[in-house]
Write a protein that binds this ligand. Structure first.
Ligand code: C5P
Length: 220
């Protein structure tokens, strides 16, 4: 039995990709599997937390013992996360939120044409930054994938979004990040301090993430 260090705490986790529809059958998305976020949600549940898991489209089944809300787009994810975050003690933004959505979403399937097609994109709201702007006593955790200057960029991101820490990973590492069962991350704080964790299972990364979050929780 796991130590119940999240008993009575409310934890919100976002997971998976978002889909930004161009028309009813086409969308922009990314290869996020949701495995990292589901691991965080399951680990938090096993440590006694009341968990809300907000997930974009992934092939994983609903984990038992928590509230699961399935969404498609970044705007839907934002509504669900912001709603659930009211009164939460810890929010972990694992979701790979699409940065842009189509400026216009066609209600009918767009016919194929011979010419070049231009799609206008508009930025999606940054959910983590929004939560950081109203931080209160919540512990806020983000993820970041970077291809270069990872620690500096992640620290700047943590600062800008007012997150307590960010777990940085690289898309290029064999068997880690997108789709894999393992992950190799570096914990980065807004002050620029960091700790590189060894490559391990996503569940073990979740365990260490929540250890750090528990240390940051204010006492009652
Ligand atoms: O800025 P970047 O996308 O690299 O930041 C990644 C972190 O911010 C992740 O925790 C992700 O869930 C969160 N994010 C968000 N809303 C967005 C984009 C990213 O909450 N629109």
């Amino acid at each position: 039995p796991r130590v119940q260090d999240l008993a009575g705490r409310r934890v919100v986790v976002s997971a998976g990709p978002t889909r930004e529809y161009l028309d009813p059958v086409r969308f922009i998305s990314n290869p996020s599997s949701g495995k990292m976020g589901f691991a965080v949600a399951e680990e938090a549940r096993d440590r006694g937390a009341r968990v809300v898991l907000v997930s974009g489209p992934v092939s994983l089944p609903d984990p038992a013992g928590m509230e699961v809300r399935r969404v498609d787009s970044a705007l839907e994810l934002r509504d669900a996360v912001v709603g659930a975050a009211l009164g939460a003690d810890v929010v972990v933004m694992t979701a790979a939120v699409a940065d842009y959505r189509a400026a216009e979403q066609s209600q009918e399937k767009q016919a194929k044409v011979a010419q070049e097609v231009v799609v206008r994109l508009v930025p999606n709201p940054d959910i983590l930054a929004e939560l950081g702007g109203q931080k209160g006593r919540r512990v806020l955790v983000g993820f970041a994938m970077e291809t270069h200057a990872g620690v500096e960029r992640a620290a700047a991101k943590a600062q800008r979004k007012n997150a307590d820490f960010i777990l940085l990973n690289y898309p290029t590492q064999e068997g880690t990040s997108f789709g894999g069962d393992d992950n190799e991350v570096t914990l980065v704080r807004p002050d620029g301090s960091w700790e590189a964790w060894p490559r391990t299972s996503k569940r073990e990364v979740a365990r260490r993430l929540l250890d750090e979050a528990v240390r940051l929780l204010p006492g009652d």
